[in-house]
Design a protein around this ligand. Structure first.
Ligand code: NAD
Length: 430
């Protein structure tokens, strides 16, 4: 009898758009994989998401029209545990961006040492143009579409750009209605009253602060008097600015989608926050000189904290950045093509997968507290967060020194090695 022929075929990895965040992520992944000597099969496994969903979200708008939105959820990897990652609402969000963000979550969780894999979600919509009722309907329909994907032991969403505690509450409620029991641990970053964690809202900014202090120490600078510029004045940007100011730094520039401002005497953050509270954005704020978005990134300062979106530090911007330290509060704010320029200028970059991992770390604490049903004090949350961030910072710094690479590549090496070793121990199910 003839031996049966085994069909061998290679399914192509998802296409990578030129100049996209996914390409930036993959370029760093490739460098780290090469240094690690990653086995080809493991490389192929880790570069692809394990599952991807595109869902259609039809909504009856307030004026009676039916509008159809598109939603995404990408599970990049779950070797280390249930997948974890935020949900972003933006008019230009797309599956390629979500794939990059999902992979970053895998690496981020591994860098900071929490037992989660990586995922990310998004809905293509402009929340600024939606009413609260429409936003709630979108959130609930998106969740209902992904009801079999989410779960406290499966895939756990959190807030990201343009999503917040209220949206997490609607995700929780919709999920709980379908499963017929209240599932607090299905989302993190939810309101305290629903089993949220103290310190979660400030966690990413607190991690940015801890990373920045670590970086200043490495470049021999004191936090007191260090001039800081922060791009983005949402959750991450505003809290990072506030906590760095509390450490003695002087915030000399801030921005949001509506505009950028500088003030060498130091920004009055309380006044800026009150303006955003009243008007929704910084537009029309009188607390600083109005400058362009690009000028903000190029201001004379010691620390630059990009905390808005991907691809803000292009090679052109990198050539003009004056900061000594860049702490990446946002995911993917630096294009891969800018890395070398920053390195040659001697700028110490604390990469996103380390610098903004405070958010997912306290999300992990929140998930643990929900599952145990016992809630920690703010002091305990902050103390544990700061300890984990500092340990991760030191490990990444050591990895970078050991391999003679930037902290970014050092972080990727650490993360990929950890996930690859776990994968090998688990083995390949077939
Ligand atoms: P957010 O929606 O609260 O705030 C985003 C801010 O960026 C807003 O002030 C917005 O006006 C501004 N912005 C958007 N586009 C801009 C542009 N082109 N130029 C200048 N400002 C711009 O979002 P967030 O939660 O603060 O997230 C910001 C970044 O941090 C994102 O990359 C997100 O993925 C990342 N991040 C967030 C968390 C978290 O816990 N929220 C955790 C890790 C990483």
């Amino acid at each position: 009898m003839d031996t049966p022929q085994t069909a061998t075929y290679k399914e192509p990895a998802p296409p990578i758009d030129k100049g996209s965040p996914l390409e930036s992520m993959m370029q760093r992944f490739d460098v780290a994989a090469e240094i690690l000597g990653l086995e080809e099969g493991v490389y192929e496994y880790l570069k692809r998401p394990v599952r991807q969903y595109i869902v259609s979200i039809p909504i009856q708008m307030d004026d009676g029209r039916i509008e159809v939105f598109e939603g995404y959820r990408v599970i990049h990897n779950e070797v280390m545990g249930p997948s974890k990652g935020g949900i972003r609402y933006a008019p230009d969000v797309n599956i390629s961006e979500i794939r990059a963000l999902a992979a970053w979550m895998t690496w981020k969780c591994a860098v900071v040492g929490i037992p989660f894999g990586g995922a990310k979600g998004g809905v293509r919509c402009d929340p600024a143009k939606l009413t609260r009722v429409e936003l709630e309907k979108i959130t609930r329909r998106y969740t209902a579409n992904l009801i079999d994907v989410f779960g406290p032991d499966k895939d756990i969403p959190a807030p990201d750009m343009n999503t917040n505690e209220q949206i997490m509450a609607w995700v929780l409620d919709t999920f709980s209605m379908h499963t017929r029991r209240t599932e607090n641990a299905v989302v993190t970053g939810k309101p305290l009253i629903l089993g949220g964690s103290l310190g979660r809202r400030e966690a990413t900014g607190r991690g940015v602060m801890v990373s920045t202090l670590g970086a200043l120490e490495k470049v021999g600078m004191e936090p007191k008097g260090a001039r800081v510029v922060v791009q983005g004045f949402g959750n991450v940007g505003s809290v990072s600015a506030q906590l760095l100011q509390e450490q003695g730094c002087v915030i000399v520039g801030i921005s949001d989608i509506s505009g950028a401002f500088s003030n060498t005497r130091g920004i009055d953050l309380g006044d800026a926050s009150a303006h955003v509270e009243r008007h929704g954005t910084l537009d029309g704020w009188k607390g600083g000189d109005v400058i362009s978005q690009q000028e903000l990134l190029e201001l004379d300062c010691d620390v630059l904290v990009p905390a808005a979106r991907e691809d803000q530090i292009t090679p052109e911007v990198a050539a003009r950045v004056k900061a000594r330290v860049i702490t990446e509060g946002a995911n993917g704010p630096t294009m891969a093509a800018a890395d070398l320029i920053l390195q040659e200028k001697g700028i110490l970059v604390i990469p996103d997968i380390l610098a903004n991992s405070g958010g997912v770390t306290v999300s992990y604490f929140e998930w643990v507290q929900d599952r145990v049903g016992y809630f920690w004090s703010l002091q305990r949350v902050n103390r544990r967060l700061e300890r984990m961030m500092r340990t991760a910072f030191d490990a990444v710094y050591k990895s970078a020194e050991q391999h003679k690479v930037t902290m970014r590549i050092g972080a990727y090496i650490l993360a990929i090695d950890k996930v690859a070793r776990t994968l090998k121990v688990r083995g390949i199910y077939a």
